[in-house]
Design a protein. Structure first.
Lengths: 322, 322
């Protein structure tokens, strides 16, 4: 299933978002517009703005305000990606050279700041403080999640609950916020706004767990970055936590992680332990449970076409391979 | 003259700002609150919130909203400082180890993002989109200014006008914005809001030129960082631009800069050229002109106590040595 089909209902708006993204990042400072254009053209799933637009579908809001909010959401996402790449020292993303590789860390940090500020400026221009507050808080949450990730790296004693807490901040809160803002735009009841928030939250948890699984199951080509990267960097994800509990080889995996410097043979061994312990299946089972929770959270009052689309988004997150 | 005396009129509010700053950065994520507390306690002149509070003095706004905006202004300033230190690879600021030295670049980038987002969240919570728009645009401007600075480094052909354009974006727009937001809070007329904006702008230009002068005239101890740092990093400031125009030794300075790697003897020679060419005096003369412009911009309708305070701020910027 391609994005274009699950997001068909908001395809027209998403096309406007693409055009507006390129407009929004215009600046007379060439290096800055080059970096921003590079980030925009690198594409991505546009999951967050699409989800916002779907949830906003029932609303009376005029077109331009809606598109601005969707653009702001994607700008914030782009800003976090460019800062993440600086932090991870990533050379490529989705197979394309990162901004930090092409323009250096300094310009990349500043471009991320610029994109954050541009996003807030766009929403502020529409006078929408509620939306602004949600987006600003989402950014705080993401920063907390990323800092926790730095602090928890190579911690082989990490609990599964700590992992969920971290990915909630890092990923799920933003996806929940995107759905919430959409529901607010649709002028839904407080209960339904909360329900779509819960849907987005559960979807976001499933999305991040899948991401963490794909790091072990995908080829470097599919990922656009080397596989086993999380293990190499000591980022303790759900499959690792599960495998660490394995009676047969958990201790062996722990010792590998505590080395802190794993060579390629170590990584290969680690991946084998994770696969043999059934940790991928375990993690996929958690994905399925979160997606079920997402589906069940959908409020009764939704237009049936919106409900169908949101169910399809959940299906998509469950089967995505990139 | 100490800050405490020029800002006496808003001393009570500034004390509240200090307390609220420490409150605002509270987060359960220890590393993040540690870094933020470090940045807060490192102090600083609190020029921007003080200026905002002075300009807001005539206004009817309730206390808590005013303090929130002042705190947000300082949080944004702190965020730019922590990112600047990452970008400049600075080891110390005001004589204290920088966040990047103590916690690493990654955590510092994230802390800066966190402080930006916290600032926007605080203003959004007060429902003040106008203020948010100004602050978000100021951040965009600062990013543009910093990127221009990276691009223009080691450019010995830089024009004086380019320098003013760069420091306007990097520094003056934010100080102008702080004054403007204060004037808006005071519910001044559009003309007076614009006048205080112009005051802040001219003050900001004078402030940055002074900063750039102090890099050549202060001791490492006074600066809290090595002197001649701008020359070393190829940041072409006003004294350098003036000295480059000098018939006797401009060419020699140009050759030093174009080397790109200056050793300590080169720096010493560069500093001597700048001092001998009268470039410090020239730059101080520009400071004086900007400060005069700032004083003249002050609107007639100001309360005389506010006017006196703002004139004193201009005097302070003219004589500051740190």
């Amino acid at each position: 299933m391609r994005n274009s089909s699950i997001f068909a209902m908001v395809a027209g708006d998403l096309a406007l978002v693409e055009a507006e993204l390129l407009n929004a990042i215009q600046t007379p400072v060439e290096m800055l517009s080059d970096i921003s254009a590079h980030l925009t053209k690198a594409g991505g799933k546009r999951l967050r703005p699409a989800l916002y637009l779907l949830c906003a579908k029932q609303g009376p809001t005029t077109g331009s305000d809606k598109i601005s909010v969707a653009v702001a959401i994607e700008l914030i996402h782009m800003a976090t990606l460019v800062h993440d790449d600086v932090i991870d020292n990533a050379a490529t993303r989705r197979g394309i050279a990162t901004a930090n590789t092409q323009w250096g860390n300094h310009a990349s940090v500043l471009s991320g700041d610029f994109l954050f500020a541009k996003a807030f400026s766009m929403v502020a221009a529409k006078g929408n403080s509620d939306v602004l507050k949600i987006l600003a808080d989402v950014v705080c949450s993401m920063c907390e999640g990323e800092i926790i990730q730095i602090k928890e790296s190579f911690n082989a004693d990490l609990l599964e609950a700590d992992y969920y807490g971290r990915i909630a901040k890092k990923t799920a809160d933003f996806i929940a916020g995107s759905a919430r803002i959409g529901a607010i735009t649709s002028k839904m009841s407080p209960t339904d706004i909360q329900a779509l928030h819960q849907y987005g939250y559960a979807l976001g948890m499933a999305f991040q767990i899948t991401d963490d699984i794909l790091d072990f199951t995908s080829s470097a080509q599919q990922l656009g970055k080397p596989a086993g990267n999380d293990l190499r960097q000591g980022i303790i994800t759900l499959p690792i936590i599960h495998a660490l509990r394995d009676r047969t080889s958990g201790q062996q995996l722990k010792e590998l992680i505590l080395q802190r410097k794993m060579n390629e043979a170590d990584i290969k061994q680690g991946l084998a332990i994770i696969h043999n312990a059934g940790s991928i299946e375990y993690a996929y089972n958690q994905v399925a449970q979160y997606l079920q929770r997402a589906r069940e959270a959908l409020p009764q009052s939704l237009d049936s076409s919106v409900r169908t689309a949101l169910l399809e988004v959940a299906d998509f997150v469950g089967i995505r391979k990139y």
